[in-house]
Write a protein that binds this ligand. Structure first.
Ligand SMILES: [Zn+2]
Length: 132
């Protein structure tokens, strides 16, 4: 079962023991294309245009392979932000609820928004378990 991708080792035994089922999508935010903004009650833009604290600082190079690599880099980046308790990132994540729709330009292609959705779920559970 995938956990939020970590740098293995380094001081996180309690965190990494939190295994979650990310295949469920009804208990975490969905990701939609920004053009659908008006179709949803609760939305949060996570693309790079408005300098969202959750925007992906990495740019994809070279098609879908580049997209996957870019999302992987983002996952490591976001995890590092959580580990360092980055105030801007946490404040933005705390605007999200399970029924918030995350808006980006890549959806329905793979998007860093899905990483955010999983990270958000991880964060809720980690707090419930008192390990964050
Ligand atoms: Zn995206």
């Amino acid at each position: 079962m995938p956990t939020l991708e970590t740098d293995p080792g380094k001081n996180l035994p309690a965190w990494t023991s939190l295994h979650l089922d990310y295949s469920r999508v009804d208990d975490r935010p969905q990701v939609k294309h920004v053009r659908n903004r008006s179709a949803y009650d609760r939305t949060l833009y996570v693309g790079r245009l408005d300098r969202s604290p959750l925007g992906n600082p990495f740019r994809p190079i070279g098609g879908e392979h580049g997209r996957a690599a870019c999302i992987k880099k983002y996952r490591a980046w976001l995890w590092q932000k959580l580990r360092s308790r980055d105030k801007a990132v946490l404040a933005e994540l705390d605007k999200v609820t399970a029924d918030t729709v995350l808006l980006c330009h890549c959806s329905p292609k793979d998007c860093h928004g899905d990483v955010i959705s999983k990270a958000w779920k991880w964060l809720q559970r980690a707090r419930e378990h008192g390990i964050y």
